[in-house]
Design a binder for this molecule. Sequence first.
Ligand SMILES: NC(=O)c1ccc[n+]([C@@H]2O[C@H](COP(=O)([O-])OP(=O)(O)OC[C@H]3O[C@@H](n4cnc5c(N)ncnc54)[C@H](OP(=O)(O)O)[C@@H]3O)[C@@H](O)[C@H]2O)c1
Length: 246
Amino acid sequence: MNLKNKVVLVTGASKGIGRATAIAFAKEGCSVVINFKSDLKSAQEVLNECNKYSKGNITIKADVTNENEVKGIFKKIKDKFTHLDVLVNNAGIFDSNDSPTNIKAFENVYENNFLSCVLVTKYALELMNEGKIVNVSSIHGRLGHGSSEAIAYSAFKAALESYTKNLAKELAPKILVNAIAPGRVATPMWGNPDDKEQEELGKVHLIKRMIQPEEIAESIVYLVKNDAVCGEILTVDGGMSLITLG
Ligand SMILES: NC(=O)c1ccc[n+]([C@@H]2O[C@H](COP(=O)([O-])OP(=O)(O)OC[C@H]3O[C@@H](n4cnc5c(N)ncnc54)[C@H](OP(=O)(O)O)[C@@H]3O)[C@@H](O)[C@H]2O)c1
């Protein structure tokens, strides 16, 4: 896919992986829809950065767990662009109360990390004739990976990977659906770790450092540009899964 002038929605784009992804698509000449939930100041900074590279970029404040707010995103996209070319389902959370017995945490993670992607995709499809969808999973979503402190997180990322593959079967060849499974990425989700903390957190990777959000963004752009990858879960985990298996 030639990305010039394409319309790209990135959910959860005010910081972290979403921020880097929005900027990467702007650098390719896309008009980027920067969705965010609460952090208007950061979203505005992402917009300013995107505007250095491309035209037509906008921010849209919306909670992707809320169906009415999701409908609002697509009304704005329809009014401004009439259609959508690329969807990146990136918005997500880590619930610090995640545990095998905390049902509230399971519900919270389910809504934010899985159902939100289904909801956003449902309305995105109304504006997409041809295009690409990339879901942001995690290496924790791979069966058998993860830990009990991330049990809901891992379960619903695994669900997202299954959803990605079956949706790919439904929508190809017009719309190609893929996912990306990062290892530990240095983002606010980890509390914006400094160099020392990143070194410690990065020890779980063969590359012995944390992954930078721009490295995930670059891989998402690759998945969107390439027209032969379909129903794939692209692992970008610095070799973490090999260590876990070793
Ligand atoms: N960081 C990692 O190590 C890592 C590894 C593997 C996978 N991932 C996945 O990558 C994705 C992004 O993670 P990140 O580390 O970049 O997170 P982050 O730095 O915490 O940023 C999360 C972004 O998502 C937005 N968001 C959260 N809930 C939302 C909702 N209900 N509606 C709309 N926007 C919402 C936030 O918006 P506001 O700030 O405006 O509220 C923010 O822009 C997530 O799906 C995560 O599971 C992350």
